[in-house]
Design a binder for this molecule. Structure first.
Ligand SMILES: *Cc1c(COP(=O)(O)O)cnc(C)c1O
Length: 350
């Protein structure tokens, strides 16, 4: 078979999926849609124009999002999850000789998207507490003459966040494009999206997959300056979003207030779990502004296997993942699920 050059060297996403009883490994919402929202979605799906390409459905959602951010319709693009959007942005700023810089450890896909875009991915190490040295990062972006700098805020998988002022400092002191991945921002509450008006080099990516529990529908969006949006739009195929996902996300967005209690519950549960995990000896718990918690312990590998045998799936990082040795990431579930996960961890340690 005569495959494309270097395809065999392409790393793949290493999330292992099993049929877990308690699935807290992928930062999904562990609850399906709120019943009221689900009812409206199912009703909407009963009158789909299956025979037509998605046009109106795409622009209806764009219009809603634009309105919410007091932005123009030509500042918004939709994608199959924000994954597709991020991949396309890497494509738009990649290619031979280009450099894309991102902190490390961060979202493992950045490295893969840089490879796919056939440019050089430049990881910038976080410190031992997983904090980003903003001044050094800015210096590095300038030094390597990056075409695109990426920051995930709050950061996956470390859970910590930069302040909006810190984010603004980076944007204002670099000349290249800046992609801010706000996949978890609803659990943080401090978005930099309003800075799009002020900085033509800022692109903000958001997703329906986490706080809005819509990982299965694959819908995300980005907001940027109209000229930037126009260029990135060239990298998408026509009609890349399907009508079923578009109308589903449209209803979810209309009814997004229904998700506020869940988001608040997740934040409260996160803080409760952080407190409980901190009470355990030999476990280092990192602060979190997301719907997951990163912990570090000597016996991470054994704990992961122990939980797996109990039907509990958490995220284990390969020993080769830079900076994440002996780290485990646990997503926040329902109170009952969290209690069971904590009891299992406690049992394992004693
Ligand atoms: C989950 C996640 C995304 C987006 O996921 P989609 O389901 O493709 O929208 C983007 N960035 C980070 C850091 C994530 O964790």
């Amino acid at each position: 078979m005569d495959y494309r050059k270097n395809l065999d060297e392409m790393p793949s996403y290493d999330g292992v999926e099993k049929d877990y009883r308690i699935k807290v490994n992928a930062n999904e919402s562990t609850m399906n849609l709120p019943p009221l929202v689900e009812e409206r979605v199912l009703n909407r799906l009963s009158y789909i124009a299956f025979n037509r390409y998605p046009n109106e459905e795409y622009y209806n959602l764009v219009e809603q999002i634009a309105k919410n951010f007091s932005a123009d319709k030509n500042q918004i693009l939709l994608g199959g999850g924000s994954s597709e959007i991020i991949e396309k942005i890497f494509h738009a700023f990649g290619g031979a000789g280009k450099k894309i810089i991102y902190p490390q450890p961060s979202f493992s896909m950045y490295k893969i998207y840089a490879k796919a875009a056939e440019c050089e991915g430049v990881p910038f190490d976080l410190d031992e507490k997983f904090n980003l040295n903003v001044d050094e990062f800015i210096k590095k972006i300038r030094e390597v003459k990056a075409s695109l700098a990426v920051v995930c805020n709050p950061n996956n998988p470390t859970g910590n966040a930069l302040t909006v002022d810190e984010v603004e400092k980076i944007i204002s002191l670099i000349d290249c494009a800046f992609l801010l991945d706000e996949a978890y921002v609803e659990f943080y509450g401090h978005s930099a999206v309003n800075l799009v008006k002020k900085y033509p080099n800022l692109i903000v990516a958001r997703t329906f997959s986490k706080a809005y529990g819509l990982a299965g529908a694959r819908v995300g969006y980005m907001i940027a300056n109209p000229e930037v949006t126009k260029m990135i739009n060239k990298t998408f195929m026509p009609y890349h979003m399907n009508t079923l996902s578009l109308v589903t996300a449209d209803i979810v967005y209309q009814m997004r207030d229904e998700f506020i209690p869940r988001i608040q519950m997740t934040i409260a549960e996160r803080q409760r779990m952080i407190g409980r995990l901190q009470s355990l000896r030999d476990v280092e718990v990192f602060p979190s502004n997301t719907n997951f918690i990163l912990i570090r312990l000597e016996k991470a590998d054994e704990l992961n296997k122990y939980l797996e045998n109990l039907g509990i799936g958490i995220r284990f990082f390969s020993p080769t993942a830079p900076g994440l040795k002996n780290c485990l990431r646990i997503s926040i579930g329902t109170r009952t699920e969290n209690d069971e996960v904590f009891a299992a961890i406690k049992n394992f340690l004693s």
